[in-house]
Design a binder for this molecule. Structure first.
Ligand code: F6R
Length: 649
């Protein structure tokens, strides 16, 4: 397998890696390797046994296999497949079953013989499970063993459903699922309480017996567990780490999933940067200084010895001494902080004030500005940047907020029922509302008809309107885009022309000077990723227009995570009063309180997550030796042309 990354495996890595700029490039390479194997076996008149995975990871790989079948007449007639696992208790026709998944995403589109397909049966009665599992192993053996095993990795480090604690010698068996795994799957099942608790899975040993293993991982949310599996000790706590003992295993990663590996996170520990094709540019310098400070002491107190002891001699050489190096890092961080996120009002600027720092775009000097804030769901704006929204409005900018999807999927039937009770009480309930209420009151689940989903969307729209009002944004500056991709029920949601057109029309209407958007790649269901992607693509189509070229993009990180301090370009400090005002705005999203009950062991509500996160960031700044604030909201900057080319979204 060729790779875009030719660095020799360092002493830190115990599994060979192939890192690609995007998951699409990576999947294509894996598909090519599999196709070559299938074809070479065809020439020899032999069959080939593939071990297959489900989940979001292999989707683009399966897409590529289907393309090869259609466009390059790759036949699967000589292929035998064994799937890793199946949820226990789900019938094959259940839309979330792995049987269903495999047929929808692969088997129905290729010519693999039906009798060559094997997926564990999730409906085997408990008394026959052991027999079934032994028979599954036997079938794999009888087929000649697995030639090529495809794997994803769960955030618990699982391969298949071999959760932490699984033995090295385990084989196909019944297992219970880890809470984190269930939480990650909860979105597909409409909440954790509906998510299966158990599965039938191939064991670690079954997987290790495969002659070739490729584990794929995409996205930042996989980065830490990938590092643990590749660089950490071999342990049943991270079952993917057992693959360190496999003779022919490769981890195929996109750049985000590789991001926590030592070679990317702290490359100076591996050796001289020049030898790795890297340089001490602004970001790398800042990253090293913050890393050192986090381990030792405030930036301005770091000494030559601190740098020397931590493999940072080269950095000292670039700047001369610890004193000089510290100042570089300190000022970089200090210059991220401003209470004027849209730039200073020239009328209120005092002599000596830096007028627009850290804004740098062509429209930096314009005041007041037209500002577009994009919120994927109707509450992301206030959760992630509510304090900044308030400030931008107070400073007199023309602030527009666009809600990209309706958010209807996370309004419970009970929430809608309560609103319909109100309509009923006022005599305004129509027959559809009456039907919904009576079904719900009988304890049944009303069908999610387009009308019901529209009402649920309306509830969220009203909540967003009330929240924006708390921040001072008037309702005529709110835009509810209701992007159509969100209404797809398939987990492989994709952007279409209609999404791009709606996003583009808003940009054409507003021609904003600044755009704030969620740069969140951690949202497990992909909505945020598609929301930033549609902005990227719509902006790319307009990049030659003057307004677009002069604009600036500021990404916040969504509800689940915060930027690493070394990536922050704009840090907006909040006073205790502003934190309370933001809390009031988040409270307006009443239907989302229930979400806290679905979030695994972490029962914090969104306002709590928002406050914990922005207070933690303020504490980080303080520990680096900068001023002590109550809370900080943070953003990463992109020049429009760079943003339009970002592949990681
Ligand atoms: C799937 C499987 C799991 C997934 C893993 C990653 O058959 O056994 O190990 O590969 O949970 O899931 P995604 O790809 O959805 O992140």
């Amino acid at each position: 397998m060729t790779t875009t990354d030719s660095l020799t495996p360092s002493r830190f890595e115990h599994i060979p890696l192939a890192v690609f700029p995007t998951s699409t490039d990576a999947s294509r390479m894996v598909a090519q390797e599999v196709a070559a194997l299938i074809r070479s076996r065809q020439r020899e008149g032999r069959s080939v046994v593939l071990g297959l995975a489900t989940g979001s990871t292999p989707l683009s790989f399966y897409g590529e296999l289907i393309r090869l079948h259609r466009a390059e007449s790759l036949s699967f007639k000589n292929v035998i497949t064994f799937n890793l696992d199946e949820y226990y208790g789900l019938k094959p026709e259940h839309p979330q079953s792995y049987h269903h998944f495999m047929h929808t995403h692969l088997f129905d589109h290729i010519d693999v013989p039906a009798e060559a397909i094997h997926v564990p049966d999730g409906m085997v009665p408990a008394s026959q499970l052991e027999k079934f599992c032994l028979a599954y192993e036997e079938k794999i053996r009888a087929a000649g063993g697995i030639d090529f095993q495809i794997l994803g990795i769960g955030r618990t480090g699982h391969i298949g459903f071999n959760e932490p604690g699984s033995a090295r010698r385990s084989r196909t068996r019944y297992v219970t699922l880890d809470p984190l795994t269930r939480r990650d799957a909860a979105g597909d099942f409409g909440g954790e309480e509906n998510t299966p608790r158990a599965a039938v899975t191939m064991g670690v040993r079954t997987i290790m017996d495969a002659r070739r293993v490729v584990l794929m991982a995409w996205g930042q949310h996989k980065a830490d567990i990938v590092r643990d599996a590749v660089e950490g000790p071999i342990t049943p706590q991270v079952t993917a780490s057992f693959l360190q003992e496999h003779d022919h295993c490769t981890f195929v990663l996109d750049a985000s999933a590789a991001g926590s590996l030592t070679r990317y996170r702290t490359p100076w520990l591996i050796g001289a940067l020049e030898d790795q094709g890297l340089a001490w540019d602004e970001r790398m310098t800042r990253r090293a200084i913050l890393w050192l400070s986090e381990q030792k002491k405030a930036i301005l107190k770091l000494t030559d010895d601190d740098y020397n002891e931590s493999s940072l001699q080269d950095l000292l050489r670039v700047h001369g001494s610890a004193y000089e190096t510290n100042l570089v890092g300190f000022y970089q961080m200090q210059h991220t902080i401003t209470g004027w996120p849209g730039g200073r009002d020239p009328k209120r600027t005092k002599p000596g004030d830096a007028p627009v720092r850290p804004l740098r775009g062509g429209s930096a000097q314009v005041f007041p500005k037209r500002i577009l804030i994009l919120s994927p769901h109707p509450d992301d704006d206030v959760i992630s940047m509510g304090g900044t929204v308030c400030r931008l409005v107070e400073h007199g900018h023309e602030v527009h907020v666009a809600y990209q999807v309706s958010g209807a999927n996370s309004v419970s039937d009970e929430s809608l029922w309560r609103s319909l009770l109100f309509a009923r009480g006022t005599g305004a309930a129509n027959s559809a509302a009456e039907a919904f209420c009576s079904t719900f009151e009988q304890g049944d689940s009303p069908a999610a008809t387009p009308e019901i989903m529209q009402w649920k969307g309306l509830i969220r729209r009203n909540e967003a309107t009330a929240a924006a009002r708390v921040c001072g944004v008037s309702s005529d500056r709110l835009h509810f885009l209701d992007l159509p991709f969100y209404h797809g029920t398939d987990r492989r949601r994709q952007l279409g022309e209609a999404d791009l057109k709606i996003m583009g029309a808003l940009l054409d209407e507003l021609k904003p000077h600044l755009i704030f958007a969620a740069g969140d790649l951690d949202d497990p269901h992909g909505t945020h990723r598609l929301c930033v992607r549609v902005l990227r693509d719509a902006l790319a189509q307009r990049i030659s227009q003057d307004w677009a070229a002069a604009s600036e993009i500021w990404l916040y990180r969504g509800a689940w995570a915060e930027w690493d301090a070394s990536e922050i370009d704009l840090a907006v400090p909040l006073s205790p009063q502003e934190v309370l005002r933001r809390r009031r705005a988040i409270f307006r999203h009443e239907t989302q309180k229930d979400q806290a009950l679905f979030l695994g062991n972490d029962r914090r509500e969104f306002w709590q997550r928002s406050e914990d996160r922005s207070r933690r960031l303020a504490a980080t700044y303080n520990a680096l030796g900068l001023a002590e604030y109550e809370a900080i909201e943070a953003f990463k900057r992109y020049a429009p042309a760079d943003f339009a080319q970002q592949k990681q979204f």
